[in-house]
Design a protein around this ligand. Structure first.
Ligand code: OXD
Ligand code: MN
Length: 592
């Protein structure tokens, strides 16, 4: 695309000026403006195949699909290198890393200086959200990574369309350089005051596809606080019942905890008259409409999701979808040049692992695919994409679900007593860490609303922001929690998960309609075993009962741990939320 050049629109002019300024600092050999066309994508991948950045997969069985292998030290989001840069530390709170904006600016300026010399700089204007939507936003990412340029075409609406949507409220600016992939100088810095992101020394999607976590969550959450809406780490789905009625719900689950699987769930045989329509698998922007209903849009245009454990058995819809126009990252490669990962099924006789080494099951160390290996696929080619995906006003949300990996304690599914109690549920989320972020896997940590790594401001204020919606609407969604990850004594999952999670969604839909039965417990309304049972489901009653059990002693301990966490969040923590915690404690005490 030719640079927008002389333009009477002053916002477009300022975007071009800003890109020129960045080029003056980073000094690339040339600047290429991306238009997001298929032709451009073909050229980018052709160049990357030629220089070994991408491996062409079997074009008969995987047309237009490629494999990217990242640096072995750069395979997940780096939370320790992620900073929110403001003047005052208290603005970001204790769940974020803070860097003073002055110090960060100076540090980044030094790292950026001349960092693109010898390279091309891609300038990528992008639009997040539906066309002509009052909720959509424009950003521009400049990067010296062709892998990022090609992936951005999948993840966002790139090119003229973005420039055409530029409005008076400006655009988010993102600068990314692979640098020397120096882990000591890896920084993902966010400057909410300037709507600016600077990402250095990584080439891993979550750190460098700046439209995703950096713009759509960290910066957008700050805008949402200031403007009275929500930017959340949530999937959005439409659940269609056998009569064709569709209920839209959101689900906040931490990274690599099943959001993509739930979004693309194929109903099991015993529920084949139901369906699940995808709107988003990762991010929701929610605005109250004049009637007080939250309407949600997906800012993204593609999936950047975890591959391992996806199979024809667990999720045939995903397996079919990724067979075209997909960039895989860090999966294994079989000798017929098709991708492979753990949990896909029988492994072929010979494989190359995610680092390109020969891998023989049972003999070679480690896994063949990296546990955080990914596919990047355009959302449009998903056959069950909701027709409402493009609705500029978003879809009306009836329920919100919180969830995450808890091998113990948290019941399979249950409902909160109120909006405030639902916020407590979300704020209390403690989940087992996954490979999506660098660091130890399987360690319990607080991940309120699945936003611990993504809330761009003080989490205490964030809870206050959620609470503030009570006075603005009497049509707020019902709030639920679900946990398909409970383990039995033998260490195996008690609940079959995947497609069977539709049973839980059905209960949620029916609860919202006042139909499904529940018993009141101190943690919320828990289903009766009868209300979950469906002909053909095949899960024994005793197992369902165990999955729904509320373990009093363990919960009391959980509430104490939560109190310590809340207290650690300081003065700004909302009293109303502490009162919700007190009420839950009293509910347990009164059982004794
Ligand atoms: C993601 C994540 O990639 O949450 O969606 O890490
Ligand atoms: Mn995510």
């Amino acid at each position: 695309m030719t640079p927008p050049g002389e333009d009477s629109n002053h916002v477009r002019r300022s975007l071009v000026d800003w890109v020129d300024e960045v080029a003056d600092i980073t000094r690339p050999d040339s600047v290429e403006w991306c238009d997001g066309s298929d032709e451009e994508f073909r050229r980018l991948v052709h160049e990357m195949v030629a220089d070994g950045t991408l491996i062409e997969l079997n074009q008969r069985s995987y047309p237009n699909c490629y494999l990217h292998r990242s640096d072995p030290n750069d395979v997940a989001r780096s939370e320790e290198s992620t900073f929110i840069c403001t003047e005052k530390e208290d603005d970001v709170g204790s769940t974020n890393n803070w860097m003073g904006s002055g110090e960060a600016r100076a540090k980044m300026r030094a790292l950026l200086s001349g960092c693109m010399t010898g390279r091309k700089m891609y300038s990528i204007p992008y639009l997040l959200g539906p066309l002509d939507s009052p909720f959509s936003q424009v950003g521009v990412e400049v990067t010296d990574s062709p892998y990022v340029a090609a992936s951005m075409k999948i993840m966002a609406k790139v090119g003229h369309v973005a420039l055409e949507h530029l409005k008076g409220n400006g655009f988010v600016k993102g600068i990314h350089s692979v640098g020397a992939l120096d882990p000591r100088n890896k920084f993902i810095c966010h400057f909410p005051g300037e709507k600016l992101i600077i990402s250095m020394n990584s080439n891993y999607g979550g750190n460098v596809l700046l439209s995703k976590k950096c713009h759509s969550l960290r910066l957008a959450s700050v805008m949402a606080r200031d403007e009275g809406w929500l930017a959340e780490h949530m999937l959005i789905i439409g659940i269609e019942d056998p009569n064709g009625a569709i209920t839209y719900v959101t689900g906040a689950f931490p990274s690599a905890s099943g959001k993509t699987n739930l979004t693309m769930l194929k109903p099991p045989e015993y529920m084949k008259e139901w369906n699940v329509w995808a709107v988003s698998d990762d991010i929701a922007w929610l605005h109250l409409d004049p009637q007080g209903t939250f309407r949600a849009i997906n800012p993204e245009s593609g999936f950047f999701a975890v591959a391992p454990n996806t199979s024809l058995k667990t999720n045939p819809r995903i397996m079919e979808m990724v067979k075209r126009n997909t960039i895989f990252t860090n999966v294994a490669l079989s000798s017929d040049r098709t991708p492979w990962w753990e949990g896909m099924g029988e492994h072929p006789r010979k494989l190359w692992d995610w680092q390109g080494r020969v891998w023989i099951g049972g003999k070679s160390p480690g896994s063949a695919a990296h546990p955080n290996s990914r596919f990047t696929t355009p959302i449009r080619q998903y056959p069950f994409l909701s027709p409402e995906y493009d609705n500029p006003n978003g879809v009306p949300i009836t329920a919100m679900i919180f969830g995450g990996r808890r091998s113990e304690l948290v019941p399979l599914v249950y409902e909160s007593f109120s909006w405030e109690h639902g916020i407590l549920m979300g704020a209390m989320l403690r989940v087992e860490t996954t490979a999506a972020a660098s660091g130890e896997v399987g360690v319990l940590r607080n991940d309120p609303m699945a936003m611990k790594p993504f809330c761009g401001y003080n989490i205490a204020d964030y809870f206050g922001h959620w609470l503030s919606f009570r006075s603005r609407s009497d049509r707020l969604p019902r709030i639920f929690q679900m946990n398909p990850f409970r383990l039995g004594r033998d260490g195996r999952f008690l609940w079959p998960g995947y497609s069977h999670n539709l049973v839980l969604l059905k209960w949620i839909v029916e609860r919202c309609r006042g139909e499904a039965e529940a018993v009141e417990t101190p943690v919320g309304y828990v289903p009766t075993a009868d209300s979950l049972r469906i002909e053909g489901m095949g899960v024994p009653d005793a197992t369902i009962k165990e999955l729904l059990r509320v373990d009093e002693a363990a919960w009391i301990e959980e509430l104490e741990t939560t109190r310590l966490f809340f207290e650690s969040l300081g003065e700004r923590f909302p009293k109303a939320l502490m009162q919700e915690l007190d009420k839950e404690t009293v509910r347990f005490e009164s059982m004794r």
